[in-house]
Design a protein around this ligand. Sequence first.
Ligand code: SF4
Ligand code: ZN
Length: 710
Amino acid sequence: MKTLFNRVFDGSDEMFAKAEEEVNKIVAEVGRDAPLTLPSTAYFCACIYAYIGKKVTTTGELQDALADVKAMMLREPRTNSIFQSGVGTAIAAEMIEACKYVKTQTPYEGTHYHGHFTDAEVRELGVPLVTGDIPGFVVMIGPAPSTEEAVETIKGYQSRGIFVFLIGGIIEQAVEAGLSMSFPVRVVPVGEEIWSVGHVISLVVRAAMIFGAIQPGDVEGFHKYTFDRINAFVNAYKPVNDITVACGAGAIKLGFPVITNDHDDMWAVPKSLIIYDNTKDWIDTSIEARGIKLKITKIDIPVSFSSAFEGEIIRKGDMQVEIDGSRKDCFELVTTKDASEVEDHKIVVEGPEIDEIPVGSKISMSYTVEVAGKNMQPDFEPVFERKIHSFLNCVEGLMHTGQRDMIRVRISKADFEAGFKFRHIGEVLYAKIKSEFDTVVDKCQVRIVVGDEPNAALRKHANEVFDKRDERLKSMTDESVPVFYSCIMCQAFSPSHVCIVTPERLGLCGAVSWLDAKATNELNPNGPCQPIFKEGCTDERLGRYDSVNAAIADATHGAVENVTLYSLLEDPMTSCGCFECICGIEPMSMGVIVVNREFKGMTPVGMTFGELASCTGGGVQTPGYMGHGRHFISSKKFISAEGGLERIVWMPKELKDDVADRLNKTAKEMYGIDNFTDMIADETITTDGEELLNWLTEKGHPVLGLEPLM
Ligand code: SF4
Ligand code: ZN
């Protein structure tokens, strides 16, 4: 019988030996100078970078790091040593995986396995983590006792919003059962072999660097961050070999409990290593062990409801019916009524139900949510309405895109077979509006209308409502309101970050407008959004206010003391990690480029989105780089201190097309320029700084007439 200590040491020796073998093999093959890059990351081999502080960029540097890892693995019978060895094991795992990326950037192509996570994927987790839509992460290792149980447990986690990483035999089981797996649906088959766990740890340490601004080499900082802020845990099915035990020790050091049903030479450690035979109860056991609180709304529908399904895609061939706002009269609307006009939980469907409609039809539908409440305000209507997208998307087998009268909803055949009816759309809207906005909604009813004729008339009325709202929104400027709002929602992961949200500058995640912040504050006065009265304006051009600075200093506990609302260079607003876009200076033209998170290519400043993004974040102020929301691009206040929109010289095409209408309108209003976006370059024009300058000169871009930035 071996002690648990020895199992960890043997396991980490085994992992290290494998790493040494693989690294030496690749060096023998390609030499020490071969470049080593993992795809779309600015953090090198992130585990090595985080724990050892070294930037590995070549096979030779990877080979040199072997000695650093070896030094962590001290075979001493002390608790600290076993944890150290565990962390060393995780780094060795990353090294083994990194070797696969030397000769190709896509070693897992054509397999079920995901392998390396990009920085963009890490950043995508920001908002759902903050809102609690992803309450935690599970790493499931090894085959479950049966395929049925594997699927049941995975889906059990998924339906609770828990992000699932699969390693080893359980992937085959999931594939065999035809389970749909991908990053957007939050079930990721990471890799077949245990060392693929290196990718998961890489994601975790990057979250700490991106959101928490933990510095490379600050080992204790990483441990504290993961322990306090990343709700992860491990489920390891028996038989658990030594190498997995060593990985488990690493997980425990990071603060992630391990749950297993293997008794062989295994000792339970309270709260950390839990031996539990009934694998069918692991979900509850695990969630309790990590102290995870779940956000649950009971909804009376025949299919699952979880934020994990927001990323689901329903293909044409899989759809039963489609509510198609691009060809038919469709809309969604939230409207306030008098209490006497609303019967709580009344859901009516006027027109045919789903089973009376031929399969594959494109139909016209509207759903109107009528709410009443003493504290309800019409300003909340658009706030609730924009949440409908995420509410309906959480239904398994249903896909929702768009908003207002440009919606498209696909209901899958699988949902139809499970008994899903149009009425259930009403059930979802009712349950979510009532639970999320309970402080202002006393009563809620939903009216669903199906059919071309009635909706043509109804849509006209809805459009009048939308137009009126837009008018009101347009009249709201930073000058016209007495308060701004702070948002500290992201402090769960970026402890020194605060967004200041104004009518003309939404939060950098793109999800919190001034109206949203106002509603959040009124719904929950002690919550994450607090009013900041506009007082003590010391510089109008920069947007510098004493009251804003005081609020920032208070909310960051002194970490940040001065921010401006409109400048990129002087005390710019901080960024967490979940910004939709980043802007940065383009030195040749003295303009700025704006890059969105989805863009994977190169930019004229020689950096990708990920590399630009790594220049800021974690609540740190970095003059010259700033994260912001997509909508901010067409704001009159966009870096207005530096000349505003006229500075924009380059954007990825998709982003440019997306914001073109609004941006062109603002540019026309402010500078009298027609079709401004025609003067902004994109990747189809050039990604070279010099070429860009020539092109801008040719186009007569206004930036060339502005004062130099620095
Ligand atoms: Fe985070 Fe800012 Fe968005 Fe609030 S507004 S959720 S702090 S990014
Ligand atoms: Zn954030």
